[in-house]
Design a protein around this ligand. Structure first.
Ligand code: AMP
Length: 281
């Protein structure tokens, strides 16, 4: 695996490879890698001749400075894991390399409704930060394919919108959420859970499974309310549990029995905020 720190170096390398016909797959990450990240690398390797990953903990997407400070960093084992997975290139930039003009006057993106709900509502500015970093990384790497995890369902929609807004030529592939054996969605933030919290954390995926099982055509409020009450009684601080259109994330109060739906949740266990989602069809 070739490691680049400088934007000019990786851009030059990729331009050369593209000239000789290489198909570039890209997996952007914030590090603290787990098998979920590696599954994206594996998907890229299936479709592309060169797989590029990046590790950059992007300050502009953290609305909570404490969350940024405590974000886990495991760079040596990340490099090891990427190498074992057969990743070809790792981009490991500094903030100055990603944002050479500083972080004060970065572009803003018209994300419309998507930015007003769920993560957009509870993490103000978060998706602007995601777009700022992903736009910059896509400009640097110029991938043919971009691999994202369904775990961050709303983020996938935001990035698709970013690509449409900017006219970039990158195909997005959304890969399924990898889970621990008990059902907990793998996440870098899981490393911050105590043993007792880790045991409880599985209840988020269980409550989404409960919604899937109980879903019937008609009003959805009672089902969502029962799910919130269940997690709250177990000691979670719930930001939201919602049922939304799986196509555009419009929140649904009523189900006609036809529309493809996703159940989507965010909740704190003490300091650690966990998110998960489940398709309901
Ligand atoms: P992150 O490092 O959290 O920014 O995630 C980098 C990429 O990995 C994003 O596209 C995530 O959606 C994806 N990802 C994170 N967790 C999982 C998981 N459990 N399964 C599949 N993909 C994941």
């Amino acid at each position: 695996m070739i490691l680049f720190h400088k934007q000019t170096d990786i851009s030059q390398f990729i331009a050369q490879k593209k000239q000789s016909g290489a198909v570039i797959g890209f997996v952007p990450t914030m590090g603290a890698l787990h098998p979920g990240h590696i599954s994206l690398i594996n998907n890229s390797k299936k479709d592309c001749s060169i797989t590029v990953s990046s590790i950059f903990v992007n300050p502009t997407q953290f609305n909570d400075p404490k969350d940024f400070e405590k974000y886990p960093v495991t760079i040596d084992s990340d490099i090891d894991g990427l190498e074992k997975a057969g990743c070809d290139v790792l981009f490991l930039p500094s903030a100055a390399e990603v944002y050479p003009g500083g972080m004060q006057h970065l572009p803003q993106y018209d994300l419309g409704y998507l930015e007003t709900i769920l993560e957009g509502k509870y993490r103000p500015g978060h998706f602007q930060g995601v777009c700022q970093v992903v736009h910059r990384l896509l400009d640097i790497v110029k991938p043919d394919h971009l691999y994202l995890g369904q775990k961050d369902f709303q983020q996938c929609m935001v990035i698709k919108r970013l690509i449409a807004l900017t006219g970039l030529h990158t195909l997005v592939t959304i890969c399924p959420t990898l889970r621990e054996t008990d059902g907990l969605a793998m996440s870098s933030r899981n490393m911050r859970l105590t043993a007792a919290e880790r045991e409880k954390a599985v209840l988020i995926s269980q409550v989404l499974g409960f919604i899937k099982q109980e879903l019937k055509p008609g009003y959805l409020e009672d089902l969502k309310e029962r799910a919130v009450q269940y997690l709250t009684a177990e000691g979670f601080k719930v930001d939201y549990i919602e049922i939304a259109s799986a196509d555009n994330l419009e929140l649904q109060q009523f189900w006609n029995g036809q529309l493809p739906l996703v159940a989507i949740a965010a909740a704190y266990l003490n300091e650690v905020r966990l998110i998960d989602n489940m398709l309901l069809h």
